[in-house]
Design a protein around this ligand. Structure first.
Ligand code: 7TS
Length: 421
């Protein structure tokens, strides 16, 4: 993946030992319909290495306890491990401070938090929120909801025929009414890597903060939030080899400080009386209630695992497999790629003749191949490209060129089946 500065976590000289990596993921030993599992649905969720699974088991078997409250030993251990993940994620994103890392349920909740808390405090009638035409629904609907409530308007940057953002249109949309810009780092439907650093600078010149939806960005290369200068960055643990039910919201301390809480409850307060509540300091102000302790600790193990592989080595491997997939799939007759962006990461979306994507998915499943078919929770993108659905193959550190070949053969088989030859 290009355009993203790796923040010292990469080991560019080390090529990825894919056979060894595959051995770290127990699920890859599974068979599906008698065939070895070929898992190409990593944009939906990635598999978990043994290190993450074992960390969850260790927590539940020997450390299970609530955090930030007990003076007893187990609570101390659990709190240290939970906060250890915060330190690891700060390093992963190169955030300036640990208090800028807020644990939430996932990218979806992170965006809802910002829309509700920041948007709720700042948006007024006539204001504008700018998003793009390639958003996942979770970077559309939260903004739609808050805009409706406040009488603000959602403005959408168009996408060209290749699947790239139309920059002139973006620049025209930015103006004195722009209160927020929210963009995907990488599109989950097209694979486009957006030039977010330049777009953030543009938004800042117009006086607007920027939220980057990093659900598909964070897993595929190092992200340096200080270099990007984004105001918020959101990602999900489960797409980065960690457990489900956990996500991260990075926010600049100055912004998070002045934002009102998103939810009320335990842990987010310093003192409570019936007259008045004094909120806790960052990041706890935004972590009401008992969090997903095991999940957060598991995310720490996932970050450690990824750092051990080397982010640059993983990104280089994925880019190689992806480039091979684009080239190989283009050679399958009747395959039409949906999205041919200038910079692509991690996935390729396509249609095969006029065969419905779901039918292709079912045939591929018979071959043991897992792909996603449908609108990928990005219905406006599908409409933009005039297709109801696509087939999407998305890659992770354990995928190989040989798996791409099996995918291509599966598609050739599907084509023959539907042509009746
Ligand atoms: N943003 C993008 C760009 C995504 O790809 C997704 C999930 C989300 C936000 C939401 O993440 P969540 O973890 O909160 O659900 N994308 C997909 C996908 O492409 N297939 O399944 C989920």
């Amino acid at each position: 993946m290009q355009q993203v500065k790796i923040s010292g976590w990469g080991r560019p000289d080390d090529a990825l030992d894919v056979a060894r990596v595959r051995g770290d993921f127990p699920v890859l030993d599974e068979t599906v319909h008698g065939k070895p599992l070929i898992y190409l649905d990593n944009a939906a969720t990635a598999h978990k290495p043994r290190a993450v699974i074992q960390r969850l088991v260790q927590y539940y078997e020997t450390e299970n306890s609530n955090i930030h409250r007990g003076v007893h030993r187990l609570s101390e251990i659990a709190t240290l491990a939970y906060e250890g993940t915060r330190a690891a994620v700060r390093g992963l994103l190169n955030a300036a401070e640990e208090r800028e890392i807020v644990f939430v349920r996932g990218t979806t909740e992170a965006i809802n938090l910002v829309a509700r808390s920041y948007g709720g405090a700042h948006l007024q009638a006539g204001d504008e929120v700018v998003i793009s035409a390639m958003e996942h629904h979770s970077n559309i609907v939260p903004w739609q909801l808050i805009c409706q409530e406040k009488g603000a308007t959602l403005r959408v940057i168009p996408v060209d025929d290749r699947g790239d953002i139309v920059m002139e249109a973006y620049h025209r949309l930015l103006g004195p009414r722009t209160r927020m810009v929210a963009l995907p780092h990488v599109s989950n439907a097209l694979g486009t890597v957006n030039p977010v650093k330049a777009m953030i600078a543009d938004a800042h010149r117009a006086g607007a903060p920027v939220l980057i939806d990093g659900a598909q960005g964070a897993p595929h290369a190092g992200v340096d939030v200080q270099d990007l200068d984004c105001d918020f960055y959101a990602f999900s643990s489960h797409k980065l080899y960690g457990p489900t039910g956990v996500g991260v919201l990075y926010g600049k301390a100055g912004l998070l400080e002045e934002m009102p809480p998103y939810q009320g409850g335990g842990d987010m307060i310093l003192t409570v009386s019936f007259e008045e509540t004094e909120y806790n300091v960052l990041p706890y102000k935004f972590e009401a209630g008992t969090p997903n302790i095991a999940g957060v600790i598991g995310l720490g193990a996932a970050v450690e695992y990824l750092a051990g592989l080397g982010l640059e080595a993983v990104a280089a491997h994925e880019d190689r497999v992806l480039a091979y997939a684009v080239e190989r799939l283009t050679r399958v007759p009747d395959v039409r790629l949906v999205g041919t962006p200038e910079h692509r990461a991690s996935l390729v979306s396509f249609v095969l003749g006029d065969i419905h994507a779901h039918d292709i998915g079912t045939i591929l499943d018979q071959e043991g191949i897992a792909v996603r078919t449908g609108h990928h929770c990005a219905m406006p993108v599908m409409e933009r490209f005039g297709v109801p659905a696509t087939v999407r193959a998305s890659f992770a550190c354990y995928n190989t060129e040989a798996e791409v070949d099996v995918l291509a053969e599966g598609l050739e088989k599907a084509r023959r089946l539907f042509a009746g030859v």
